[in-house]
Design a protein around this ligand. Sequence first.
Ligand code: DP6
Length: 374
Amino acid sequence: MNTNEFISENLDTSNLKTVSFTSKAPSNIALVKYWGKEKVQIPKNTSISFTLNACFTLTTLKFTKNSEEDVLPKHFYKNVEVFFEGKKKEDFKPKIITFLERIEKFCPYLKQYKIEINSRNSFPHSSGIASSASGFAAIAHCIMQLEKELSQILNIKLNDELFVKKASFLARLGSGSASRSLEGEVVVWGSHDKINGSSDLFGVKFPFKLHENFKNYHDTILLVDKGEKQVSSTVGHNLMNNHPFAEQRFVQANENINKISKILQNGNLEQFINIVESEALILHAMMMTSNPYFILMKPNTLKIINEIWRFRKETKLPICFTLDAGANVHILFPEKDRKTINDFITNELIQYCQNKAYICDRIGFGANAIRSIL
Ligand code: DP6
């Protein structure tokens, strides 16, 4: 796999002593799930997601050039400070250091700076919504803003296409699903013979015309359990090594990509529901059949699923659910049915949420730069 195109030019940092960049990056919800990877951050199967809008991370990276007497690049551990919602976060540091070490080869200029990371989420941190996708996408986007600025000083043009591709490439090295949070409305990560341009190294925009039925598609997230996850995604992915059903699962996921790709173009909501719900249950079935085995769904997760099935049978409305690696339920539905389905959610489903908490989100358009707030 050739990663040379992601190694930056030799960029001179001497004219950029202190600079801050802010980026906003959304979360995403996978329709066909990424579950299983090999070193380093290479997915075992292709995945596809809706980019979200209301759930996002806003991050500022402040770069301060190492002083003259301190020109020798230090280990990142000494050069990075991480703040989350204004508070210093030592426990976030190890994952960020690993990420910076992985990307150092591609962004060698980073070692010349002290980096202060300030981040906050639009959703409560303890909501059980994974923030690694939006978090690493935002950090990677800020780093690319720095790379663009350094390139400009040398009159090197970093075009928009390479900017977003490298941002996704870097984000992937922080968290796999983060590679799908740079663009919208639908992103594919992992090479697939039927998806032109797809790659294991970065996410690409779904290369076909998205059917009108999916424009403004809703994702209402029911917060069933806000507790810390019992099993991290990384541990879960690793359990797919030596998993008895793994090989079949990877074949199936790639077939589901084929199917959903057609559905996203032809707008068949019945088939959409079938694949999306099946993918969610397979993800959890993989967890239940790994060794050690575990269950992330809670009793209320199942209650909500059954209520959705009952309501769909009664009303024939195209409402469906998906799950990520947790107990929360994502309810997906088209714009045209939002009134009836919102009423159903507020009247009948939020009783199953912790403190009746839920988030109304919808399909979005990806990450962008924000005028610096520092
Ligand atoms: C269940 O991207 O969180 O949400 O690469 O180890 O950071 P790492 O894993 P992560 O895994 C996400 C898994 C998932 C499915 C998906 O988003 O495709």
